[in-house]
Write a protein that binds this ligand. Sequence first.
Ligand SMILES: Cc1ncc(COP(=O)(O)O)c(C=O)c1O
Length: 406
Amino acid sequence: MIHTGRHFLQIPGPTNVPDRVLRAIDNPTIDHRGPEFAALGVEALEGLKEVFQTKHPVIIYPASGTGAWEAALVNTLSPGDRVVMYETGHFASLWHRMAGRLGLDVDLIPGDWRHGADPAAIEERLTQDRAHAIKAVCVVHNETSTGAVTRVAEVRRALDRTAHPALLMVDTISSLASIDYRMDEWGVDVTVGGSQKGLMLPPGLSFNAVSDKALSASKSARLPRSYWNWEEMLASNKAGFFPYTPATNLLYGLREALRMLQEEGLENVFARHARLAEATRCAVRAWGLDILCAEPLEYSNSLTAVLLPQGLDADRVREIALERFDLSLGTGLGKMQRKVFRIGHLGHFNELMLAGTLCGVEMALALAGVPMRKGGVQAALDFLAAPAAHASAKVERMPRPHLAGT
Ligand SMILES: Cc1ncc(COP(=O)(O)O)c(C=O)c1O
């Protein structure tokens, strides 16, 4: 079928790229060793710190998120080091597989793919480890395959209560600039991030934000590393440069996206995501379907995974949504294949985009013959138009440049 109008890209990343960011990327590539680039590098590197809520350096790799996972491990750990990970879902499982391949001794705490990491289970592992063999605890803040959030501040408290010196590493690939994440306040040592979700950029950049403790661990870490080496990056970054050819045009986009986030204000960005996520959950409940995340305290504001009744194929709903309505929804991953579809509601996104998305989902569910009640869209609209949702609506902070003078 030939579609007209805008495609609805409502997978939980890559997300819709704002026109402002596309225009910024669409500029001539410049000399990455010249003064114009240095200014770009400094603005991007400094601006990122605010988004991670850290005063520590953020490293930018021309890589997908998987590269930043590897960078976090190889810069801080040595062969055979003990690492605790938590099986929140598909992405935690992939990070675990990578750690094993790199020669780390990984203790994976099993999970049911319906919750965030359990701080009490992590605390138990730390308490048992009197010899401090565990060198790092790694968790995924927002598990993109399930839509469940890990309470990172509580994981930090588990480390503090046991006075355990392990590093805390957190994957924020699908939470950064969408769900409140406070690297310094929560005492995180390495934060892993990516460009293609809350940051509203195309795929291709990923990040490591690095605490002093992680930096000092990197001095004695013995896993082989070259391309990912923090030391050379940090040395060049001081003047806004990179040790190898950076992704210049993506950095133009990053600078623009950071300006947009700054104009909106991070707290407004988080409130917007919370509002749109809750509206989505109102729709799912009204349809009479299950939200995969079983703990309301851990609901994700980036995405909602919708669990279909047993025996129904969630990919059929996705196929119909795409064929009939030009709407892309996220597929079930790993153990959740065909059991769930995922609605992405993060990044450059607003009320009416959500309304359109939910209309597409409701029609696709009906066409796929999924037993459900109508009225999910209406429930979401009622929530969005209620005074309480208005109260959390965005506070205008700065004039929008494209409206200036009108
Ligand atoms: C939470 C999380 N971690 C890691 C990754 C892997 O990132 P990438 O696919 O960019 O390599 C993803 C990708 O979606 C993710 O959602």
